[in-house]
Design a protein around this ligand. Structure first.
Ligand code: SF4
Length: 202
């Protein structure tokens, strides 16, 4: 990760963060913090994810997993475009993999991360032309709405500046089947907006 202005210093500061070391050591995965930082000033589109999963914890690059494949399909873009730091910033609700609980389920992003970093990161970046809120934690923080389906169904209230989205995880395949209006109505509007914003940034 690199860039210009205030953000590179901030990125390095976050990459060195170990605030959750004790918390992560106590999880079933017993891992150490590895902040995955992916932003540069000047990006026009912001993706707010949840937190890195185990694969991203290994790769050090956001969305290098099946969720990323599905998210890129939703956005209608290829991997080269998705990882173009000059056009897209990816700032999750927590920068590190939160770990697994005793049953092997993903733990939620630690709130401490957003409390510590989020305001500074968003102040150093942006303004963004469009923000994708990917999953319930991002929707709650940015919109204050607690119901994911309700927030996504109300997408026209926020578009085109903000798109509340379900998380593209395989765990939400059932949600996608139960809510066919998402693919029929939201995705075409999302793809059109992503294309418009990214083409303008060329
Ligand atoms: S999750 Fe956030 S606060 Fe916790 S160690 Fe990683 S960067 Fe620091």
């Amino acid at each position: 990760m690199n860039g210009t202005g205030k953000a590179p210093d901030l990125a390095r500061e976050i990459e060195g963060c170990r605030l959750c070391a004790a918390r992560f050591a106590a999880t079933a995965s017993a891992h150490t913090p590895r902040p995955v930082v992916w932003f540069r000033p000047g990006a026009r589109l912001l993706i707010v994810g949840q937190a890195p999963g185990a694969r991203v914890h290994q790769s050090g690059r956001p969305f290098t997993d099946p969720s990323g494949v599905r998210l890129r399909d939703w956005m209608g873009i290829d991997a080269d475009t998705f990882y173009d730091l000059d056009r897209i910033a990816i700032v999750p609700m927590a920068f590190c993999f939160p770990g697994y609980d005793a049953k092997g389920a993903d733990l939620p992003p630690p709130k401490l991360c957003a409390e510590t970093w989020r305001a500074r990161v968003l102040a150093a970046l942006g303004p963004f032309e469009t923000t994708l809120l990917v999953g319930g934690a991002a929707i709650r923080w940015h919109l204050g709405e607690r119901g994911l389906t309700q927030a996504v169904a109300g997408w026209k209230t926020h578009a085109p500046r903000v798109f509340p989205l379900p998380h593209p995880s395989w765990r939400n395949t059932g949600w996608l089947k139960r809510n066919p209006w998402f693919a029929a109505e939201v995705l075409p509007a999302l793809r059109a907006r992503v294309k418009e914003v990214l083409d303008d940034a060329l």
